[in-house]
Design a protein around this ligand. Structure first.
Ligand code: SF4
Length: 283
């Protein structure tokens, strides 16, 4: 124990969701026999985990770079991909390892069905998020994607819409949007497509955060799920710090004998939370 005599606990409910675990397992299994695996976009929004997999031979490529490779093996990550990515990969004779999360594939299927039924599709999510690009790509980008309620002009919305959500959005915000639309007289076919791997963490995390006087939340800088969960922690415990690596943790944040809770997003590996704990205990 370090001079500050801190005590720590790691949230057992934090860490990778099964979609991400399955994508990483697919990558690791492939890398055992083929140390030349390409992944379109970051396999997980966690810099440390990416470094670990890169050391095993994984190369992260962009969509533009995908156009330039041929006869290689390319992994499509849990977020899913629009049809154009499959076309480009196949055109150049690449082998695809499809690690799209089954929940996201199902969401893509039902959105396609809505599109074929000529429904007015609205998606609560981030326009530039890969999951949304993949979903909207299934339907010629015809969905109206919005990030905030304020972006909706209630007077211009069609009288009947079908409302979806990005899987990692906040359930609370989604419910407020539904309520507002219904109160405005719009008929809403609500497709609650928020992933419970994420939303079930909220009540657990709230209870966890109440038990400590400091919270260290660790997740990658690009993790949208990380940001949602961090905001929940911050609401409960003002003394919550967001870091993406243990090196960013500062000794000055702590007082003697602080009880420190360590938690993370669905893209945070358990080994990283353990490393975080070691760093804190050394203070
Ligand atoms: S958060 Fe849910 S939908 Fe997204 S990858 Fe994980 S399991 Fe799949």
């Amino acid at each position: 124990m370090g001079e500050l005599q801190l005590t720590t606990e790691i949230d057992k409910n934090s860490g990778f969701c099964f979609g991400v675990i399955s994508a990483i397992t697919k990558a690791e299994n492939t890398l055992e026999s083929n140390n030349n695996l390409y992944c379109l976009g970051e396999i997980v929004h966690n810099d440390e985990e990416i470094k670990r997999l890169e050391q095993k031979g994984l190369t992260i490529i962009t969509k533009t770079e995908l156009e330039t490779i041929s006869n290689k093996t390319v992994l499509f990550r849990a977020h899913g991909e629009p049809p154009s990515s499959y076309e480009v990969a196949h055109r150049n004779n690449n082998t695809i390892i499809d690690a799209s999360c089954p929940i996201i594939l199902k969401l893509q299927q039902i959105v396609k069905k809505s599109y074929n039924n000529k429904e007015n599709i609205y998606i609560f999510g981030k326009r530039n998020h890969p999951e949304i690009i993949a979903i909207n790509g299934q339907i010629d980008n015809k969905a109206f994607v919005f990030e905030r309620l304020e972006e909706l002009d209630l007077k211009k919305i069609p009288p009947k819409i079908t409302l979806y959500s990005q899987t990692t959005q906040s359930l609370e915000k989604f419910r407020i949007i539904v309520k507002t639309l219904i109160e405005a007289g719009i008929v809403v076919d609500v497709k609650d497509t928020i992933c419970r791997q994420v939303s079930n963490r909220e009540p657990n995390l709230i209870e966890f955060c109440k038990r400590f006087n400091k919270i260290i939340f660790i997740a990658g800088t690009n993790s949208s799920n990380g940001k949602v969960l961090y905001n929940i922690c911050k609401k409960i415990n003002e003394d919550t710090h967001y870091v993406s690596s243990p090196e960013q943790i500062q000794k000055e944040w702590f007082n003697r004998k602080d009880k420190v809770g360590i938690c993370g997003g669905t893209s945070t590996p358990m080994w990283l939370m353990k490393k975080t704990e070691e760093t804190i205990l050394s203070f």
